[in-house]
Write a protein that binds this ligand. Structure first.
Ligand code: 4F9
Length: 252
């Protein structure tokens, strides 16, 4: 898979792309990430990439021209790439969306600034707008990094067997169960007995119940759509009727 990032701050991606798992995937050629500076594409005399908004208001608006030119240079054939603009106005980036994007041959990510880009650039050369959450950033770059990270780890071979993508939150539709490692006892807090016993079926059962508990406490909305067995549904219903849930898993 190839990902092209259009940005006025290309250096923001330097240390991100040096990070271990992503760097390994880049070195292995499983993934190519091209960070492209928009500024050289500007036809303005000082290579400006933004200007005042028509109609007035605070802040600057990104010029359409450098975006349209850069897009033509990096994704020449129509339909060659999936062209995405990271924006708070976009559809939410979800695990399901990431799974779809991971099957594309080429993604082009446009990073804007929060005052926005000239709408004509969006209309001319963007296939879809995606948001990473309901908050505003100073620019789309951190959102592009989030997208690259969550898509890249779904590309076959990017995660070693030590990591593995299938077994975690959102694959099951539930939040993750708690994890423990050595030592067995820390400040008087002991690792749950069941995890030390080596009874694999028991461990799976315990983890599944922990996932249900933590999801019930923190993200009850996820239980509406998570695939639960009838017994699990009944258990969750009981917690709901009792107006809470016995045992740990704090709402935080
Ligand atoms: C992009 C916020 C995607 C959330 C881009 C300012 C953004 C954003 N998700 N905020 N520019």
């Amino acid at each position: 898979m190839k990902i092209t990032i259009l940005t006025i701050f290309p250096h923001m991606f330097d240390s991100f792309l040096d990070g271990s798992i992503l760097a390994r995937a880049l070195n292995q050629g499983l993934l190519t990430v091209d960070v492209v500076d928009l500024r050289p594409f500007s036809q303005r005399k000082h290579k400006n990439t933004d200007d005042d908004p028509f109609g007035g208001g605070a802040g600057m608006v990104m010029l359409a021209q450098p975006i349209v030119s850069a897009m033509a240079a990096v994704a020449p054939a129509p339909g060659e790439a999936r062209r995405i603009y990271l924006s708070p106005r976009g559809q939410p980036l979800t695990q399901r969306k990431a799974e779809t994007l991971a099957r594309a041959a080429h993604l082009v990510l446009l990073c804007g600034r929060y005052e926005g880009v000239d709408q004509r650039a969006v209309d001319l050369c963007i296939d879809e707008e995606l948001s990473i959450g309901d908050y505003v950033l100073t620019g789309g770059e951190p959102a592009a990094m989030v997208l690259v990270d969550c898509v890249a780890r779904l590309v076959p071979g990017v995660l070693g067997c030590a990591e593995s993508a299938a077994e975690e939150s959102f694959a099951s539709g539930l939040l993750e169960y708690p994890q423990y490692t050595r030592p067995r006892s820390l400040n008087g807090m002991d690792v749950p007995e069941v995890l030390l016993g080596g009874n694999h079926a028991q461990i799976l059962k315990w983890r599944r119940e922990q996932s249900l508990r933590v999801t019930f406490a923190r993200r009850p909305d996820l239980l509406e759509t998570a695939p639960l067995t009838p017994l699990e549904r009944a258990l969750v219903e009981r917690w709901r009727e009792d107006g809470g849930m016995p045992g740990p898993a704090r709402p935080l």
